[in-house]
Structures are given as structure tokens and as C-alpha cells.
Write a protein that binds this ligand. Structure first.
Ligand code: GN1
Ligand code: MG
Length: 361
């Protein structure tokens, strides 16, 4: 077993015998630490350390998670039919355990015979992946946003994210701005998107709903041997949001033929056929439940998410990579550049893309 954490106490807290367990690190996401836990060579669980520097109130996060699981149970008519991973109880009837070093841990069911994709290799994956997020949204449509705590306050506040970029730029603590000038200019030229989003929310043109808020393609679990989705995962950011964010983050992560951190920007291309497939998949499940205004602003959702995540990567690059996990020099700058290339290409074919959305609305 790995030595970095006190896994013996952690497992005991969840009533699992450490002597009969085997733990393997599982590389997923930029924020939490994940592990596959094998017990007695026959049962598998998903063990995670919640990054409490990012999620500053892990107990509130777990409350949200339990709430959404209950809503899913209701939707599926009981836990036996609910495909989403169950949450295990630890000591004191809590769904988390805080270790001696202040790390928060949780144990969830491991979804067997499943896989995820970093890249939408074909239209079928895009259609089914987006439909899975549409189904998830449908299942939690009746949830009251007031009942969910923002696990990261202002998570998708684009105006604030752009201000944070400006701050990082002003400080330029590591003198990195000179190699990111093009990306900095690109983001600052689009400050107006932040104001437009704020206005849509202020005037209540777009409703606040409980949404997923991290709809990356690799957050969809598919069956191992088919392109059938099982469920969506990574529910840490399920909180008040808008469907613009969820649709936008799908466009961001599905349309590129490359990994999010592809180092060669010349290869990045916005794939229109994938855009169409994901739009069709999402709206086939959810279209009938959205307002006219939501559907009309989906493409704007894609623009703000590409800009926002790109700006967050860029800010982290300027500040010294303390938020997103990195494994090489300029990693966050590469990630940012790819988002902005996609955004530029999207802006160039805005009319065609809008027509595609209208076709499925
Ligand atoms: C982070 O850790 P992961 O991959 O689920 C981030 C998302 C970004 C994403 C970019 C809590 O998600 O907002 O879109 O990286 N999550 C958080 O890949 O910041
Ligand atoms: Mg996530």
C-alpha cells in the first residue's frame, strides 16, 4: 500500500479491513486524488480524497452529493435501478472521513465494466455522451437550486474569472506574461462576454437550475464493449448553475480531436460534425424541457465556457500552476491556447452553428 496517506485509518473508518485491501492510484481529473480500492480480490470501490483547497467546504459538498443521489434514486424508482455510484457511510454515520492531516475522504461504488473517453472518436460517442448529460439534467430538473450549496462560490462567474486574470497579469509574479501575450490579448478582447452573461442572469432571461457544471466528455461512463452510456460522474460541482454552462463545456471538450493539453496548436480543429451530434444528443433528451431563451443562448454558452476555462488555465499559468495539476513546463499555457483556438474557430462559423442548434431545438 502507498505510504503517502494513512490508508489504514481511512479504510477502517469505512468499516473496510485494510489487510484484505489493495489500493491503486487512478488518474482522473485535475483536482481530487482518486484510487481504486480492491477488497478481498472481489469487490471494488472508488476511494477519493477531496481537494479541500479547491472545495473549501467538503462537508457541504457531501451534503449536495447525497441530495443529488436521493433525487436520482427517486427518478429511477429506487437504488436498485439507479445506475449512479452509491455513496458509502463511514464512522459516525457520515459519508466522509476526515483524517489526522485534515484530508477528506469518501468511498463510492466502483462502476464495473465501464470506460470513458478523453476524445470523441466519432459522432456516436458525441451523441450518446451528450444524451447522458441531457438525461442527468432531466433527472434533477425538479431540484431546487436554493437547496444546494455552491461548492465553489462564483465558479462560473465569467466576469470574476476575467478580473482574476487581470490581477494575475498585473502581478505577473513569475514574469511569464511575455510568452503568453497573444492569449492574454485574446481573453481581454472578450471582456464583453462576461458582461453579457451577467446581464442574462440579472434580468433572469436564463433560469438558474441545479446543473452538473463539469460536463467533460470523460465524465461520462460508457459500457466497456459498446457505445452505451451508463451514467455521468464527478458530481462535486452539482450546484446552482445554468444549462448554458453544461452545454458549453460539452462543446469545449467534445469538438476538439485532441487531448485538452495537446502541445501542438496547429492540430486543434473545431469539428462541426461532432458539434452537431452532441447538440442532437443533448436536445433529444432535454430540448422539450428547456425554455426558448435557454435554447437560443446555447451557442453563447459554448463561447463563455471556452473563454472561461481558457482564462482559468491562463491565470493559473501566470500564478505558477497552483490550481490545475501540471506535469510539464507551460502545461497550463498549452491548455489555454487550445481553448482559445477552438473559440476563434467557433466564432468564425457562428451562423452555421446557430442553424444547427435551431434544427434540433
Ligand atoms: C477541472 O478535475 P476535473 O478534470 O474534473 C475543473 C473544471 C475544468 C476542468 C478542465 C473543480 O475538472 O472546472 O473545466 O478541470 N474543476 C474544478 O479540464 O475546478
Ligand atoms: Mg470535476
Amino acid at each position: 500500500m502507498m505510504k503517502k496517506f494513512d490508508f489504514v485509518s481511512i479504510l477502517k473508518a469505512f468499516g473496510i479491513d485494510p489487510d484484505l485491501s489493495n489500493i491503486k492510484e487512478f488518474h482522473r481529473g485535475h483536482i481530487n486524488d482518486s484510487f481504486i480500492l480492491e477488497v478481498e480480490q472481489k469487490s471494488y470501490f472508488f476511494l477519493q480524497r477531496i481537494n479541500h483547497h479547491v472545495f473549501k467546504d467538503p462537508e457541504a459538498l457531501m451534503e449536495n452529493l447525497v441530495k443529488v443521489y436521493i433525487a436520482l434514486n427517486k427518478h429511477y424508482g429506487g437504488s436498485a435501478n439507479n445506475p449512479f455510484p452509491g455513496i458509502h457511510q463511514g464512522e459516525n454515520n457520515k459519508q466522509f472521513y476526515c483524517d489526522h492531516d485534515g484530508n477528506y475522504w469518501r468511498v463510492m461504488d466502483y462502476v464495473p465494466d465501464s470506460r470513458s473517453f478523453n476524445i470523441a472518436e466519432n459522432v456516436e460517442i458525441a451523441r450518446k455522451g451528450a444524451a447522458a448529460f441531457g438525461l442527468f439534467q432531466l433527472a434533477i430538473m425538479e431540484e431546487d437550486p436554493e437547496g444546494y450549496i455552491p461548492t465553489i462560490p462564483n465558479f462560473h462567474h465569467l466576469g470574476m474569472r476575467l478580473e482574476q486574470l487581470k490581477d494575475a497579469l498585473e502581478k505577473d509574479a513569475l514574469k511569464r506574461s511575455r510568452i503568453a501575450q497573444r492569449e492574454i490579448d485574446f481573453a481581454l478582447e472578450r471582456m464583453k462576454y462576461g458582461e453579457q452573461l451577467a446581464e442574462l442572469l440579472r434580468k433572469k432571461i436564463i433560469p438558474v437550475r441545479v446543473t452538473h457544471n463539469d460536463t467533460k466528455l470523460n465524465n461520462v461512463l460508457f459500457e466497456n464493449n459498446s457505445i452505451k452510456s451508463i451514467c455521468v460522474v464527478d458530481l462535486d460541482t452539482v450546484m446552482p448553475g445554468t444549462v448554458l454552462y453544461d452545454y458549453g463545456d460539452m462543446v469545449r471538450t467534445f469538438t476538439s480531436p485532441l487531448e485538452e493539453d495537446e502541445p501542438d496548436p496547429a492540430k486543434v480543429v473545431f469539428r462541426e460534425e461532432i458539434f452537431e451530434a452532441l447538440t442532437e444528443g443533448y436536445l433529444s433528451e432535454l430540448g422539450g424541457s428547456l425554455t426558448k431563451e435557454e435554447k437560443e443562448h446555447l451557442l453563447f454558452g459554448a463561447k463563455i465556457m471556452l473563454l472561461m476555462i481558457g482564462a482559468r488555465f491562463l491565470t493559473d499559468f501566470l500564478e505558477g500552476d497552483h490550481y490545475f495539476k501540471t506535469t510539464r513546463e507551460n502545461h497550463n499555457l498549452d491548455r489555454c491556447r487550445n481553448q482559445f483556438i477552438l473559440l476563434r474557430q467557433l466564432e468564425e462559423k457562428e451562423n452555421e452553428l446557430q442553424e444547427i442548434i435551431s434544427k434540433y431545438s
